[in-house]
Every structure is written in C-alpha cells, then in structure tokens.
Design a protein around this ligand. Sequence first.
Ligand code: NAD
Length: 433
Amino acid sequence: MTQDSRIAVMGLGYVGLPLAVAFAEAGLHVQGVDVSHARIAELTGGRSPIDDITDERLRAALDRTLTVATTADADIAAADAIFVCVPTPINATKDPDLGPVLGAAGYLAAHIRRGQLVVLQSTTFPGTTVGPFRSALEEGGLKAGEDFDLAYAPERVNPGDPASASRAVPRLVGGFTQSATDRASALLRHVNDRVVTMSSPDAAELSKLLENVFRNVNIAFVNQLALLCERMDLDVWEVIDGAATKPFGFMRFTPGPGVGGHCIPVDPYYLSWRAREFDFIDRFIELAGDINLAMPRHVVDLVAEALNDRGRALRGSNVGVIGVAFKPDVRDDRNSPAADVIAGLAERGADLRFHDPHVATFTDAAGAVRDGVDLEALLAWADVIVVVTAHRAVDWSRVYAATDLVVDTVNSSAGRETKPRQVLRLGAGWSRP
Ligand SMILES: NC(=O)c1ccc[n+]([C@@H]2O[C@H](COP(=O)([O-])OP(=O)(O)OC[C@H]3O[C@@H](n4cnc5c(N)ncnc54)[C@H](O)[C@@H]3O)[C@@H](O)[C@H]2O)c1
C-alpha cells in the first residue's frame, strides 16, 4: 500500500485545525487550506481561533511541518491525501446546505491528480460522499475508485472537552473502495489509536448522525421532563441525580435553555431530510426539534414570571444575561439558545445586556448586535439576571450574593445558599426556605 505522508486539510475550523495540528505533531507534512483570507492571516500570525488549540501549540506545529494557505495559493497536487472539514449548515427551512461541501469538491475537481485520496470529514446525510460529493469531484474528469480514492471519516471532537480530542477516541472510516478504506485508516492511525472500518461511506455517515441524534433526542426528553416537573412542583435536577445513581442502563442528560453549536441543533435535520426521500418521516427528530426549539421561549416566560413575582412587567425591565456561548467554558456562540432568549426578551420590551467572559460581542436572533459588559456593571444594572451558560470563569458566589432575582436555566445555583424566591430554576420552580 502507498505510504501517504503529505496531507492537505481543507477547512481550518473546530474540526480541521486540530486535525492539521495533530498530523503535523505526528511528523506528517500538512498544508492547511481555507477559503477565508482572514482565517489564514490569523493562523499565519500564530493566533489560534479555537479554544482547543493554544497559540503555542499552533506555533509549534507551524515551526514543524504545518503550512497554511488560502485556496488561491494552496498546492493540492503536492498532497497524497486531502481531508475535507468544511461546514455543513442548514438553511432557514432547516434543509441541508451542502454549499461548502460542494464548493470544496468543485475546487478539488480542478486540482486533484491521479493517485490521491480524498476523505470527507464533515457531518452529513448518508449518500453524500458517494453521491453529490463524488459527482462534484468527478466533474474534473477523474473517476473515484479508479483514478483517485474516496472515503468518509466522521469527526468526534467535542470543543471544550480535551478528552474528546485524545488519540484514545476511536475513529470511523468507510471507503468507497477497500483501497480507500485502507489508506484513510492508515493515515488516521497516525493520530488515533483505534480506527474502526465500516462497510461503506453511507454506514459511517449514518453512524455519525446516530451519535448526534441520540444526544438531541435525549436532551429533548429531559427538557420535556423539566416542563413536567415545573407543573408537578418537583425538582428535575434532583430527579435526574436520583436516576443517575443507577450504575447501568441510564445515561445522564440535563435540561437547559435549548441546544446550540454546529452539531446538535443541525445534524438531526440532515437525517430527517434524507429520510423523507425514502417516504419516511422521522418523528423522533421532528419531536425533539420541536421541544428543544421551544425552550428559549420557555425561558422568556420564566423571566416574565420572575418579574411578575415582583410586580414588574418585562417591558421596561433591565434583563442581564450571563453566558451567551452555546455551552460552558468555550467561546463558540454558533446557534446558541441565548440568541433566541435575548431576541425574545427584547421583542417583549425588555432592555438587554449580557456578560460572558469568553464572548465580547453577540448577535441575537433578530440581528441586534450587543457588546458584553463587565459582571459588576451587569449586576448593578439588572432587575433580573438570567443564567444561560454557566462558565466556570464567572464568579457565581458574587452573582448569587449580589442579585435578588435570578432565573437559572442550568442549575448554576446548585449547592449555593439562596433566599426563598430569589431564584427561579428551570425545571424546579422557586428557591425555598
Ligand atoms: N464543531 C464541532 O464540534 C464538530 C464536531 C464534529 C463534527 N463537526 C463537523 O465538522 C464540519 C466542520 O465543522 P467546524 O465546526 O470545523 O466548522 P468551522 O466553521 O469551525 O470551520 C470550517 C472552516 O471551513 C472553511 N471553509 C468553508 N468553505 C470552504 C471551502 N469550500 N474550502 C476551504 N475551506 C472552506 C471556513 O472558512 C472555516 O474556516 C461540519 O460538518 C461539522 O458538522 C463539527
């Protein structure tokens, strides 16, 4: 088998950059390629745009075998293998937008040469790699499986969780041909201890979607349980903690203000869209989407309820949001439920400010852009504080000591001394004596 050692990684974001750095650390020659001039300028300057790769680690990789270039300057022919890690978003009607994947394939069609291996890593619906991605690649005249190898290898990294980027996390690979499976597996073994081969790209594509739909459906399930607990005057967090003491057959998921990021609110729709082509309506996905998308509105209602308790209306009240990133301890604010929470509150007449130690500026779902404020300034200004994301870097003792009224959507008040009716918790109701 060919000994591939020169890699190109297309798309240097949360997935592509760690892969490029890991390959460089393993001693392979890596060209990182991106359409964005700003991204390449940032990387060339030694600044990492993502939390999981420090500037030091990026610079060390650049000092070794990593080079970065825009698509205009890249030398794709010099690579043995090309990994494609571009975004797979959904459009306004929640249908897959393969624009970036097909854009990358169209670019590669004009640049690939015989003997190369192309590996798609973007999360997508079953049939993408051997269907539209292959067709776009073959527009250049070369045939997959004959002139070049083609495989699919989904990524499992979970930004903000270093363990998810470890070598110990197994990787899946499904090749269009056995040769493609073997080559992609051999390359990934440089950066992962275990590579699991699958019978086809389609099977690997569906495994990746299963992983994320599983999370989305279970989060929806506990979100719904949280709503039920509010009506039953029970504490969903206590209920989940109780169930989680079972040492088998239960996996802990927690409720919250909604789902965010590039994966969980997006990927399920890739599957439900594809399922419809088979006259199959995926009711789990539709229902989970419905429940999770409604959570930010529920948070708006909780804030109105909290203010009502003090004889105030949402209109004209000062609402301070803590945390706008989509999850704790990261700066990633893509599809954050905070966007809908803030827009929903603003639409009902509240004045909004936010504090997030990781995010300086935030755009809400209505397109309004706000700069974050200092925590003390927020606490002094707000009539009510809404906790959307519980970053460790926030001084929570100070938040709960300085605020009379808090809507806590993520149980950040757990284990703290709170006064009766100081905190209205999602899934649990008012704090008690
Ligand atoms: N973020 C995650 O946690 C995660 C985890 C697993 C899988 N994924 C999947 O990986 C893929 C990439 O996600 P991401 O979070 O890294 O996205 P990202 O937005 O962080 O990065 C994508 C990069 O691709 C570049 N790009 C776009 N079109 C391009 C093109 N035609 N050619 C070259 N570069 C191009 C963009 O400029 C950007 O820098 C998606 O399919 C996503 O679902 C993401």
